[in-house]
Design a protein around this ligand. Structure first.
Ligand SMILES: Nc1ncnc2c1ncn2[C@@H]1O[C@H](COP(=O)(O)OP(=O)(O)OP(=O)(O)O)[C@@H](O)[C@H]1O
Ligand SMILES: [Mg+2]
Length: 397
C-alpha cells in the first residue's frame, strides 16, 4: 500500500463513517495476511528493516536460516542476526548491495544476500525518500559445494597430468644415466684392483638407485594412465578362480586359507578380463600382506538388483579409522615396501567399468573390500509393480 494512499486515507478518516473504517481495516488486514502467506511460502529469506537497521519484518525462511524466532527478533538490529554485515553502509545505502554469508548455526550454510533500499514518495514535492531496507537471502550451499568439488577435481587432475608429464620426462635421462654407468663399469676394468673395487661399489649403488627411480616412475605411469578396455563377455566366477590360482604359490607360502563362496547364478559380464584380474590381485595381495600371522580370506561373488559383486573379507588387523580417508590416495602406504598405488589402480579399473569400490573395516577384526560391477549383459529388469510374484501388473477390466 502506497504511503500517499495511506496519507489520503488518514486525512479522510474524520469524514468517513465507522462502518466504512471497519471495511478499510478489514481489507488492509486481509491484504497483510495474504502477503504474509506468500512471504512465508517462499524459499528465499526476507528481512525488512527501518532506516536504522532495526528489523521490522522477517519471514519463515529467514528465521530458519538463522535459527531465530520472529517475535524475539523484531526490533533488534539486523547486524545482530547477520554478523559481519557493515550496518552503516547497508542502512544508509540507496543502491543495491550484494554479498555472500557463511552461517554456522543451526546448520552450516552459505547464503547469498542482496540489500534493496526501500524508497517512497514524501512531502508535497513527492521526493523519493529512504524508508528502510529489504534484505533477500538465498541458500547457495549446494551450488557452492558443487563448485568446490569441481575445483578440487580439476586441481587434482591438473596435478596428476603434471606429475605424469614429469614422470615421463624423467624416464629418458634415467635411461641415459644407466647406459653411462654401464660404460663406466666397463672402463673400470682397466683400473688397478683396489681402486676398481671401490668404484664398482659406488657405481653399483648408483645403478640400483637409478633402477629404483625407474620402477617408481613406471609404476606411477601405469597406475594413472587410463588403459582402453578390451571388453568381452566373461564369467566373473572364472576370473576369481583364475586370480586365486595365479596367486597359489604366494598363498601356500603363508598360513592363509582362501574360502570361495561363488554365486550360483552364472555371472556373465562384459569386462576387460586382464584389468579386472589385476584389480583382484591387488585386493588379494593387500589381504595377504595384512594377515602377517595367517588368517582366512573369504571371497564371495553374487548379483543383486543392478550389480554383480565380489567381496573380499580378510581376518587381518583392519584399517585404523584415521587411515580410511587416505587409502585410495596415490602413494599412501603403511607397508615398508609398498608403493601405495594398489588401491588407486583398483578404483581406476572399477570406475572404467562403470563400477565402484567400497571398503569396510573393523579394527582388530578385518577388512571387506566390495567391488561392484554393473550387469551390462542383463540389459532389462522387470520392476516390482504391485504383483510381487511375477512383477507384472494385473490388468483390470
Ligand atoms: N586388507 C587390508 N587390511 C589392512 N590394511 C589394508 C588392506 N588393504 C589396504 N590396506 C591399507 O591401505 C594401504 C594402501 O593400500 P594400497 O594397495 O593402495 O598400497 P600398498 O599395498 O601399501 O602398496 P602397493 O602399491 O604395493 O599395493 C596399505 O598400505 C594398507 O595400510
Ligand atoms: Mg597393495
Amino acid at each position: 500500500m502506497k504511503r500517499a494512499f495511506l496519507e489520503k486515507l488518514l486525512g479522510r478518516i474524520p469524514r468517513i463513517s465507522p462502518g466504512e473504517v471497519q471495511v478499510y481495516l478489514e481489507n488492509l488486514a486481509r491484504e497483510k495476511g495474504f502477503l504474509e502467506t506468500i512471504f512465508n511460502a517462499i524459499l528465499e529469506g526476507v528481512i525488512v528493516t527501518d532506516i536504522q537497521g532495526k528489523v521490522l519484518y522477517l519471514n519463515r525462511s529467514a528465521c530458519a536460516f538463522f535459527g531465530i524466532q520472529e517475535d524475539a527478533s523484531l526490533g533488534t538490529s539486523v547486524g545482530e542476526i547477520m554478523h559481519g554485515l557493515d550496518l552503516e553502509a547497508v542502512s544508509g545505502a540507496t543502491a543495491t548491495i550484494s554479498g555472500d554469508l557463511e552461517v554456522c548455526y543451526p546448520q552450516h550454510r552459505f547464503l547469498n544476500f542482496y540489500v534493496v533500499p526501500l524508497m517512497s514518495e514524501a512531502g508535497i514535492e513527492k521526493e523519493m525518500q529512504l524508508e528502510g531496507q529489504g534484505i533477500i537471502l538465498r541458500d547457495i550451499t549446494e551450488t557452492r559445494r558443487m563448485t568446490q568439488a569441481t575445483i578440487e577435481s580439476e586441481r587434482s587432475s591438473a596435478l596428476t597430468l603434471l606429475a605424469a608429464g614429469i614422470a615421463h620426462e624423467i624416464g629418458n635421462p634415467l635411461n641415459s644415466l644407466d647406459i653411462h654407468l654401464q660404460l663406466m663399469k666397463r672402463c673400470m676394468k682397466k683400473l688397478p684392483k683396489s681402486l676398481r673395487m671401490e668404484l664398482e661399489k659406488s657405481v653399483g649403488v648408483a645403478r640400483h638407485e637409478v633402477a629404483r627411480l625407474d620402477q617408481i616412475t613406471t609404476q606411477f605411469l601405469r597406475a594413472i594412465r587410463p588403459q582402453p578396455l578390451k571388453l568381452d563377455v566373461e564369467n566373473l566366477n572364472c576370473l576369481v578362480q583364475e586370480s586365486v590360482a595365479f596367486l597359489q604359490v604366494e598363498i601356500s607360502n603363508r598360513d592363509i586359507l582362501v574360502e570361495l563362496e561363488l554365486g550360483s547364478t552364472l555371472l556373465k559380464l562384459r569386462v576387460d578380463r586382464n584389468q579386472l584380474k589385476q584389480a583382484f590381485y591387488n585386493v588379494i595381495r593387500n589381504a595377504f600382506q595384512a594377515m602377517k600371522t595367517g588368517g582366512i580370506l573369504r571371497i564371495k561373488t553374487g548379483v543383486d538388483a543392478s550389480c554383480a559383486f565380489v567381496i573380499f573379507s580378510d581376518t587381518g588387523p583392519g584399517i585404523p579409522a584415521e587411515n580410511m580417508s587416505h587409502i585410495f590416495a596415490p602413494y599412501f602406504t603403511t607397508r615398508e615396501s609398498g608403493s601405495g598405488l594398489g588401491l588407486m589402480v583398483v578404483k581406476r579399473i572399477l570406475q572404467a567399468h562403470g563400477g565402484e569400490v567400497g571398503i569396510e573395516s573393523i579394527e582388530g577384526k578385518g577388512v571387506s573390500v566390495i567391488l561392484r560391477l554393473p550387469c551390462t549383459v542383463q540389459r532389462t529388469r522387470l520392476l516390482n509393480s504391485g504383483c510381487p510374484r511375477s512383477g507384472l501388473k494385473r490388468e483390470t477390466t
